[in-house]
Design a binder for this molecule. Structure first.
Ligand code: UT7
Length: 335
């Protein structure tokens, strides 16, 4: 008989670099303007990790430390760390190993997971399985990206969109199954790969003078097809998870969408019948932090959430990858 226990979020923490890159700053770097960026995307500023000595794993380590403090546990209590990222410090060792070492999580195993902007949802689903099947007690799932390391700051079509940041959650069992992850739908379609990618540095195009010359070490995006696919797929999958669980817009306390574009977020909320006041939106301050957007929202909103509330987490990103997770919040607001 399968266990009824679910994976519940029992701590949440985020970390953002202090340096701000505003739309006004970008106006001085490329041919763009504040009005275009705000009306087309909803972004006003983003954070940049400027310290050349720091990378994605340093942000993950900060998140792990924050989770430990919030939960009143030691890093050595953690069993598994999954890091969703497309900007690992390096191919190997994995960012998870580097971050565990930095945070003192010496009893944990871990790995990186690459699913671009859907990375946190893929990782949350994966980490949740280790809890619900009873093999692990404390699983940390972090989305962390130093997008500034792969953004071409001469390309106005991408450099206005992305920022750096990290956030994550601790998963533990709810033996009653009443809170935590209730359902998940995750999808992918490699046919969309060509529209959003970074081609250089891998086994197809190893780093070379020619690959650098061709700017293959930067993110490239054909915005319109990605936008079209995102609007439809994120809305569809969010509606599907509600429908198959008999949920209506009124049952949903919060939509927690990936923060790529305010227009994509609005399309998703409309399809779900969820009003704007129930949608977590912080794209204005941080831009698209790729795998970090959804947990950053949870971190910022945690004191407004109460146990038992229905949250729908939804994302769309490179791959293409997309999906939706329905979870019931487990934590009480901080006193
Ligand atoms: O998170 C991962 C998944 N990614 C996404 O979900 C992103 C999906 N795509 C988008 O959000 C949008 O496509 C963008 C925000 C990237 C672009 O918005 P858009 O409304 O699709 O604009 P567009 O690409 O159709 O470009 C419209 C115009 C073009 O000029 P012309 O050809 O009409 O003269 C662009 O050259 O805007 C121009 N443009 C800019 N103008 C000022 C493109 N980038 C900029 C810019 N500043 N930064």
């Amino acid at each position: 008989m399968s266990s009824p226990q679910t994976a519940a979020i029992t701590a949440v923490h985020g970390w953002l670099p202090p340096d701000i890159l505003s739309n006004a700053d970008l106006e001085k770097m490329v041919d763009t303007n504040d009005e275009w960026i705000r009306t087309r995307t909803g972004i006003s500023e983003r954070r940049i990790l400027k310290d050349p000595e720091k990378a994605t794993s340093d942000m993950v380590a900060k998140v792990i430390e924050g989770l430990c403090e919030q939960r009143g546990m030691k890093a050595t209590d953690i069993d598994l760390v999954i890091v969703a990222t497309v900007t690992p410090d390096m191919f190997f060792p994995s960012t998870a190993q580097l971050a565990c070492h930095k945070a003192g999580a010496s009893n944990a195993w871990g790995f990186d997971l690459s699913a671009a902007c859907s990375g946190f949802l893929y990782a949350l689903r994966t980490g949740g399985q280790f809890i619900s099947n009873g093999t692990h007690k404390k699983v940390v799932v972090v989305g962390s990206d130093k997008m500034s390391s792969i953004v071409d700051y001469t390309d106005r079509t991408t450099c206005v969109l992305f920022g750096d940041g990290a956030a994550g959650v601790l998963l533990e069992a709810d033996p009653t199954g009443e809170t935590g992850i209730q359902d998940a739908i995750l999808r992918s379609d490699g046919a969309g790969g060509e529209y959003l990618r970074m081609q250089g540095g891998g086994s197809l195009n190893p780093a070379s003078a020619a690959s650098i010359e061709a700017k293959m070490h930067y993110i490239e995006q054909d915005g319109r097809p990605v936008f079209k696919a995102a609007v439809t797929s994120m809305a569809d999958v969010s509606y599907e998870i509600m429908e198959r669980n008999g949920l209506t817009g009124d049952d949903i306390s919060w939509l927690v969408p990936h923060q790529a574009n305010l227009r994509i977020i609005d399309a998703t909320a409309n399809r779900m019948g969820v009003t704007r006041d129930k949608v977590m939106i912080n794209i204005e301050k941080y831009g698209n932090t790729t795998a970090a957007t959804i947990p950053l929202c949870l971190w910022e909103w945690q004191n407004r959430l109460t146990p038992g509330e229905n949250l729908i987490l939804s994302a769309f990103g490179g791959g293409f990858t997309w999906g939706s997770i329905w979870l019931k919040w487990a934590m009480s607001p901080k006193a």
